[in-house]
Design a protein around this ligand. Structure first.
Ligand code: OSB
Ligand code: MG
Length: 369
């Protein structure tokens, strides 16, 4: 496939409700949508970097810079026939995994479109629908949190993840556990604790949680190992796992029992599958995380989550949990068994709504001809 032209749209979309995590409160979600033109086809991708570097160092600003100044010049006018070939071409750019993953997603979509195959088929996914849950932000009080959780349960979600931070952790979690004794429940700290302050979380070790996600700093696998030894509850790593190298090290040093896989965080679907395979070979559970994606990234997450070792519900909620108006013509809805269907159209199986895209665009540019 000859890469002829690439269009970038930097978007800002209002969230249906504010999303508060240990690293801040968001009412908007930014992203970069990429469209690669090749031989009469257009492959679409989403870069999941956000406006600020709260979750990771990449931002829409750094991704735009890395894409336009370094990555696009490496691939425009070139032939690319596989994600492996693409990764080889951009291997000289260190890091900036979300920028690379956005481009790689568009290449997968192109590959599907030129071969008449769905992304699920290309990835060798095995399920037609995947178990999902909701990631619930920090609320004004435990009672407000319980009301929000109740609202999602009423919609049919059967697994809830609570965002926690120091001071808004033990009380909230115990309150929710008492109100909903049988709920599949887990918490996510987004690196908000030190090895010392994380000791307070021992109070929720008896709450029958599915996992405690990313309590400590992202580059501290060894302290996660020490913490996992203290806890009955499984520790799950998100921010710490940027590659197969981290996954292997974390598993070998018993720094976690579960891994959250996000294609954007590890540089693309190809690396995400490799992390999945390592987990499967080592008897470690993995599941699909989310980054408040648009319908583009959501389609990609659903295809990824159809692989066999994605054995816990994903942070892949229905479109209406995120946006009133998405940028895809298709929207994703929740089935009564707390699943979402994996798209089966060719490529990602979703199409851009040009009007909505334009409406949310802060900046756009076209490279190549
Ligand atoms: O840590 O999993 C996280 C959203 C943005 C950045 C980081 C995270 C999240 C979520 C939301 O938890 C998951 C979703 O997309 O529903
Ligand atoms: Mg997380």
């Amino acid at each position: 496939m000859k890469i002829e032209k690439i269009k970038l749209n930097h978007l800002r979309m209002p969230l249906v409700s504010a999303f508060e995590t240990s690293f801040g409160r968001a009412t908007m979600r930014e992203s970069i949508i990429l469209q690669i033109y090749s031989e009469g086809l257009i492959g679409i991708g989403e870069c999941v970097a956000d406006h600020d570097p709260g979750y990771a160092y990449e931002t829409t600003g750094t991704a735009w810079h890395i894409l336009t100044d370094f990555l696009l010049p490496l691939i425009i006018e070139k032939r690319i026939n596989s994600p492996e070939e693409f990764q080889g071409m951009v291997a000289g750019v260190r890091g900036h995994l979300m920028a690379k993953a956005g481009l790689e997603m568009a290449i997968w979509d192109l590959l599907g479109k030129s071969n008449g195959k769905s992304l699920k088929e290309l990835l060798k996914g095995e399920r037609n629908k995947v178990q999902v849950g909701v990631s619930v932000g920090i609320q004004d009080s435990p009672q407000v949190l319980a009301n929000v959780v109740e609202g999602y349960l009423a919609k049919g979600y059967s697994r809830i993840k609570l965002k926690i931070k120091p001071g808004r952790d033990v009380k909230d979690t115990i309150f929710i556990r008492r109100k909903f004794p049988d709920l599949l429940l887990q918490v996510d700290a987004n690196s908000a604790y030190s090895p010392e302050t994380a000791q307070n979380l021992l109070e929720i070790d008896n709450c029958n949680l599915l996992m405690i996600e990313q309590p400590l700093f992202e580059d501290d696998l060894w302290e996660h190992h020490k913490l996992q030894k203290q806890f009955k509850t499984a520790i799950c790593l998100d921010e710490s796992i940027l590659s197969t190298h981290h996954a292997r090290a974390a598993i070998e040093m018993e720094a976690c029992r579960i891994i959250n896989i996000k294609a954007g965080r590890v540089g693309g679907l190809r690396e995400a599958i490799a992390v999945h395979n390592i987990c499967m070979e080592n008897g470690i559970k993995n599941w699909c995380g989310g980054m408040l994606e648009t319908g583009i990234g959501r389609a990609s997450n659903l295809a990824l989550a159809s692989l066999p070792n994605f054995c816990l519900p994903g942070d892949i909620s229905a479109s209406d949990r995120y946006y009133k108006q998405d940028i895809t013509n298709e929207s994703f809805s929740l089935n009564s068994d707390s699943t979402i269907n994996v798209p089966d159209g060719i490529g990602l199986g979703v199409t851009l709504n040009g009007k909505a895209l334009k409406n949310y665009t802060l900046k756009d540019a076209i490279y190549g001809k």
